[in-house]
Design a binder for this molecule. Structure first.
Ligand code: NDP
Length: 329
C-alpha cells in the first residue's frame, strides 16, 4: 500500500515538498489484529498544528513516518473475533491506503443509512464540533443572533444549519460569491463575502444592526475584532479555531479592541471537541431527526487517490472546499 509521510516541517504555508509518498508491505494480522483497506480519509485544519514540533493537545507528527488522521475503511483480513471481513471501521490511521493494527484501535461503523464518509464530516468530528460549540460552549438560547465565520466549511456549515433549525437569525461569512450562494442555500439570513469587504466590521454591522449574541469563531484576526465590536452585552464567543493564523510566521496582533470585552461583559471560551464526546449520542439523535425530516444539507469536496491527499490538505488554506474536504482512496 501507499502512504503519505511528513518529509519536512513547514515554515508558514505548507507546500507539496513537505510530504512524501512511500510504499510499504502490510504484515498479515497477528492475534487480535485486523487488516483494513481504507476507502476514505479526512484532511482537517488542526493537522497543520501537528506538523510543527511543539507541545499541544495532540502530539506532533513524526518526520519520515506516515501522518495520521480520521479514516474509514473495510476489514480485509481479521484475526480477532470482534471484527469480520467486510466490516466497515473508523480509525485514526488515515493518510495511508491500508494498515494492520490491533482490532481494539479501530471502531466498527454503523452507518444508519448515511454514506460512510459522512462520519468524517457532518455526522462525525466536525458535526459534533458545531453542536458542542454552539449548544454547550456558546450556550445558545432563544432569541440569540448568531454569527459564524468560516460558514461554508465542514464545521461552519453545520453551525449555520443547527442555529437555523433552532429558529435563530444567522449571519455567516465565507470567501467568494460562490460560497455566499452556498450559505444562502443553507438558509442563513445574511451572508458576508469577507474577501469582498474592505471593512468587515461595517459589513457585520449592516448584517446585524441588532448586534450579535453568539459568535462561533473559526477564523480569527479581523473576524474576531468585528465580532467584538458588534457584540451585544453578555454575548458568548465559542472559540473553535483561528485558521487565518495557522500559517503565521510572526506572532499575529490583536484583537486590538479586546478592551470592549470588559464593558460588554463578553465571555470568550475556547474548546476542543475531544473534551465533549459525551454529547455524541444526543448529537446523533438530533442529526438523525433532522436528516429524516429532510432538513439537513451538506456538501463534500472530494479528491481521489492517496497521492492527492497533500493537495486536499493544502486546499483547506486556499478555501477550495465547500463543506467537508475529503480524500477518496
Ligand atoms: P473548513 O471546512 O472550514 O475548511 C477551512 C476553510 O477555512 C476554508 O474552506 C476557507 O474558507 C477558510 N480559510 C482558510 N484560510 C483562511 C483565512 N486566511 N481567512 C479566512 N478563512 C480562511 O475546516 P473545518 O470545518 O474542518 O474547520 C473549521 C475551523 O474549526 C478551523 O479553524 C478548525 O481548526 C476548527 N476546528 C476546531 C475543532 C476544535 O475541537 N476546536 C475541531 C474541528 C475544527 P473560505 O473560502 O471561506 O476562506
Amino acid at each position: 500500500i501507499r502512504e503519505i509521510r511528513l518529509k519536512s516541517r513547514p515554515v508558514g504555508l505548507p507546500t507539496a515538498d513537505n510530504f512524501e509518498l512511500a510504499s510499504v508491505e502490510l504484515p498479515a494480522p497477528g492475534p487480535g489484529e485486523v487488516q483494513v483497506r481504507n476507502t476514505w480519509m479526512t484532511v482537517d485544519p488542526y493537522m497543520r498544528g501537528r506538523m510543527n514540533d511543539v507541545k499541544s493537545y495532540t502530539p506532533p507528527f513524526a518526520l519520515g513516518k506516515a501522518m495520521e488522521g480520521g479514516a474509514i475503511g473495510e476489514v480485509v483480513a481479521s484475526n480477532d473475533p470482534s471484527l469480520k471481513v467486510g466490516d466497515l471501521v473508523q480509525s485514526m490511521f488515515g493518510w495511508r491506503e491500508g494498515f494492520t493494527a490491533p482490532a481494539s484501535s479501530v471502531t466498527k461503523l454503523e452507518t444508519h443509512g448515511l454514506p460512510p464518509q459522512a462520519f468524517l464530516g457532518v455526522a462525525g468530528m466536525p458535526g459534533l464540533t458545531a453542536y458542542a460549540g454552539l449548544l454547550r460552549i456558546a450556550a445558545l438560547k432563544p432569541g440569540d443572533v448568531v454569527f459564524v465565520s468560516g460558514g461554508a466549511g465542514a464545521v461552519g456549515s453545520m453551525v449555520c444549519q443547527i442555529a437555523k433549525l433552532k429558529g435563530h437569525k444567522v449571519i455567516a461569512s465565507a470567501g467568494g460569491a460562490e460560497k455566499v450562494a452556498f450559505l444562502k442555500e443553507l438558509g442563513v439570513d445574511e451572508a458576508i463575502d469577507y474577501k469582498a469587504e474592505a471593512d468587515l466590521t461595517a459589513a457585520l454591522q449592516r448584517a446585524a444592526p441588532e448586534g450579535v449574541d453568539v459568535y462561533f469563531e473559526n477564523v480569527g484576526g479581523d473576524h474576531l475584532e468585528a465580532a467584538i465590536t458588534v457584540a451585544n452585552p453578555f454575548a458568548r464567543f465559542a472559540l473553535c479555531g483561528m485558521i487565518s493564523q495557522y500559517n503565521a510566521t510572526t506572532p499575529p496582533v490583536g484583537p486590538r479592541n479586546i478592551i470592549l470585552a470588559v464593558g460588554k461583559s463578553l465571555r470568550l471560551e475556547g474548546f476542543i471537541v475531544s473534551n465533549h464526546w459525551d454529547m455524541m449520542s444526543d448529537f446523533a439523535k438530533d442529526l438523525a431527526g433532522w436528516h429524516a425530516a429532510g432538513k439537513l444539507k451538506w456538501k463534500e469536496t472530494v479528491k481521489e487517490g492517496i497521492e492527492r491527499a497533500p493537495e486536499a490538505f493544502l486546499g483547506l488554506f486556499a478555501g477550495e472546499n465547500f463543506g467537508k474536504m475529503l480524500v477518496k482512496l
